[in-house]
Design a protein around this ligand. Structure first.
Ligand SMILES: [Zn+2]
Length: 84
């Protein structure tokens, strides 16, 4: 099985959502992408990690990799630091 895992947005260019502490979605999803890729590789999958600023760069990379599955990771933010 070949999967492309995309961490949404791009650190330094497109932060995505920003939480009350300033934590950026692009940074969080990069970490999640790397963890998911590690888990999948550990069970024998071939995984492409891609995080780019332009959508065509992401889709071109995934198509060149001949992926069976494409997953794009995103997350939300809250303006209150009391949010769980
Ligand atoms: Zn997002």
């Amino acid at each position: 099985m070949r999967e492309t895992i995309n961490g949404g947005h791009y650190p330094g260019k497109d932060s995505g959502a920003v939480g009350a502490t300033g934590l950026q979605e692009a940074v969080v999803v990069r970490d999640v992408m790397q963890r998911v890729a590690g888990y999948l590789r550990a069970i024998g999958h071939e995984v492409l990690e891609v995080q780019e600023n332009e959508l065509y760069q992401i889709t071109d990379a995934s198509n060149e990799f001949n992926s069976d599955l494409f997953v794009s990771i995103h997350c939300n933010a809250a303006s209150s630091s009391a949010a769980p």
